[in-house]
Design a protein around this ligand. Structure first.
Ligand code: FAD
Length: 327
């Protein structure tokens, strides 16, 4: 492991100044649960680690008349346990609770979760210079691809592994991004970018920017949400496929909804055709399966991951039907 310098800025502005000074040779650290794996594996070799944890006021969950603001340094455990989140956005609580292990949830943060790097075993192997590391090929496309993308891959077949991102997108969350130019807000859905846009990164964050907080808008009265995560082990595991759903239900009929899959694409994958087909309908198993067909037939599984298509159907089915039960 290459030696690196360490700094603990006391303000966002100081952190940004360090980022600007180091010309791409610095990395931000929050909980470090993902970053330090990357450093130890030799995938990232920074000159400087900027530890954000000493910055006060970035780990709070605050409700106001517009919704809820979640600081980027909020731990996943605090998010899972927060009473306001449990009451208004139960799907987000479920997503946070489903993540990794209690130890990782206690240390890992919301900002780190949204900016974590892919788990693709070719990307994580120091010797493999894949597209993501400046190489000319995606080794997963013809190699071992059990855990890879069935949608949106193209030149790189990673899946974005976050549990919080699909649920926050389903909840129409926005991220506040700080840079030397000031703060700006972006819908989280527009924060992520497919490999065709920039194969080296999974999001549009510039080298001199960081996430300050996440804003979840007040939900319309009667809105429900749920998160179903299908994985190989009960704990300490990423999603094979997950489904994050949000919707209003009245008399068993679905109003406006958002359905976002995790674990299937390089970015959280929204199923807009399914949402449109289900609007105003009384939910049942046959109807949901029929509605899903238009989106799922666009899947392009690789040699070893065709199983993700029926898994996606099962995850959405379970998540949507759970909305019809009283929450
Ligand atoms: C064994 C194991 C199991 C895991 N299981 C899951 C799982 O089931 N689901 C899941 O979603 N994740 C999982 N993770 C991934 C990860 O640990 C968590 O997502 C965690 O929330 C990351 O947060 P962190 O604060 O530790 O991030 P860090 O490791 O500190 O940072 C991760 C990345 O985000 C960047 N970053 C951090 N904060 C900011 C910010 N505010 N602005 C801009 N960039 C920032 C860092 O530069 C780095 O590139 C797992 C990790 C491990 C090691």
């Amino acid at each position: 492991m290459k030696n690196f310098q360490w700094t603990e800025p006391q303000t966002v502005e100081q952190a940004l100044a360090w980022l600007a000074k180091t010309n791409g040779k610095a990395v931000l650290m929050a909980g470090g649960t993902d970053l330090f794996t990357e450093i130890k594996e030799g995938v990232v070799a920074p000159d400087l680690v900027i530890d954000l944890k000493s910055i006060p006021g970035m780990a709070a969950i605050q409700g106001d008349k517009d919704g809820v603001r979640v600081g980027a340094l909020t731990t996943v455990a605090s998010l899972a346990a927060d009473a306001l989140i449990k009451r208004d956005f139960p799907g987000l609580s479920q997503a946070a609770e489903s993540l990794a292990t209690p130890q990782l949830r206690n240390v890992g943060t919301v900002g780190g979760n949204l900016c974590q790097r892919p788990r693709c075993w070719y990307y994580r192997e120091e010797q493999m210079v894949c597209r993501k590391k400046g190489g000319s090929q995606c080794f997963a496309s013809k190699g071992r691809n059990k855990y890879h993308a069935i949608f949106g891959g193209g030149i790189c077949h990673i899946v974005f592994p976050s549990d919080l991102a699909p649920m926050l997108i389903a909840l129409d969350a926005r991220v506040t991004i700080s840079s030397p130019r000031g703060d700006k807000e972006l819908p989280l859905a527009e924060f992520y970018a497919l490999p065709a846009k920039n194969v080296r990164r999974e999001n549009v964050l510039a080298q001199d920017e960081l996430i300050r907080e996440v804003k979840i808008p007040l939900a319309e009265k009667g809105t429900r949400s749920a998160y179903i995560k299908l994985k190989e082990r009960e704990t300490w595991d990423f999603a094979l496929v997950s489904a994050a759903v949000r919707g209003t239900v009245s008399g068993g009929s679905l109003g406006d909804s958002a359905i976002v899959l995790g674990g299937v694409a390089p970015i959280p994958w929204r199923l807009k055709k399914t949402e449109a087909a289900l609007k105003g309908k009384k939910l049942n198993e046959a109807l949901i399966k029929e509605a899903l067909r238009a989106d799922l037939q666009e899947a392009q599984p690789l040699e070893e991951n065709g199983y993700k298509v029926p898994l996606a159907e099962a995850a959405v089915l379970r998540a949507l039907l759970s909305l019809t039960r009283t929450q």
